[in-house]
Design a protein around this ligand. Sequence first.
Ligand SMILES: Cc1cc2nc3c(=O)[nH]c(=O)nc-3n(C[C@H](O)[C@H](O)[C@H](O)COP(=O)(O)OP(=O)(O)OC[C@H]3O[C@@H](n4cnc5c(N)ncnc54)[C@H](O)[C@@H]3O)c2cc1C
Length: 262
Amino acid sequence: MNIIVCVKQVPDTTDVRIDPKTNTLIREGVASILNPFDAYALEEAVQIKEKCGGKVTVITMGPPQAEAVLRDAIAIGADEVILISDRAFAGADTLATSYTLSQAIRKIGNADLILCGKQAIDGDTAQVGPGIAAYLDMPQIAFVKKVREISNEKAIVERMVEDGYEVVESSLPLLMTVVKDINEPRLPSLRGKMLAKKAEIPVWKAADLNADVSRIGLEGSPTWVDKIATPPPRSGGEIFQGEAAEIVEAFIKKLQADQLLQ
Ligand SMILES: Cc1cc2nc3c(=O)[nH]c(=O)nc-3n(C[C@H](O)[C@H](O)[C@H](O)COP(=O)(O)OP(=O)(O)OC[C@H]3O[C@@H](n4cnc5c(N)ncnc54)[C@H](O)[C@@H]3O)c2cc1C
């Protein structure tokens, strides 16, 4: 089985900085980590390979430093990795990101299963997985919490819905986005870390993807982040004590004082 995993490098949550000119995240030189949801997608890919045989290829679109998450992937069992990096991809919104990744997956060819995380903790849109499936005209199942059965022909999975889960069956090729409940990511082995350290990381640029340049990066993005602002820190709440009637009265007075109630 040819399994492809899309992983994203994201700023370590404590260190988010915005470029005031482009309103996009400053990624260069910022402490970055593997997007937490993608660690579960990686683990699931390796487990399915162990069950069904095949190969795990991991791709990421990002600046040159994003190669670090590909070394993480090798350390836990990826067979091949590709860094999709070009200044032309910068500032991509989810449409342009999905298009670029789908071009890379077409170039790899013969994908039986594509795994993505539920969402990235920086953009938080959860749009890229379904976007890739749309470009590749492939069935997709989002929010997968358990793979009950999988073979080269079909998969039966449990996907999370608001009030529980539903069981879905699909033929392969298939794209799935996974949630945290699906598995327990393994720790990298010493052998894995050694392999990761000396691995050569191939880099694909826009020209390598045969991409339509009007559909990549900021140019290819119908949406752009107009303004990002850090919300003001919230002051502590107020606790009303006393009998219910007293509390209601005090609360109404407070709302009126704050002109939140006539
Ligand atoms: C604060 C902020 C807000 C943003 N808001 C929007 C918005 O409203 N609309 C919009 O179009 N763009 C938005 N963007 C840009 C968006 O982050 C990028 O387009 C990004 O590349 C993909 O979207 P995402 O981060 O939401 O990923 P998601 O769609 O949440 O990611 C889901 C999964 O897709 C895969 N994936 C995502 N990005 C990559 C990648 N670069 N390489 C490999 N796999 C990947 C991973 O498996 C990931 O788990 C925003 C960015 C920021 C920082």
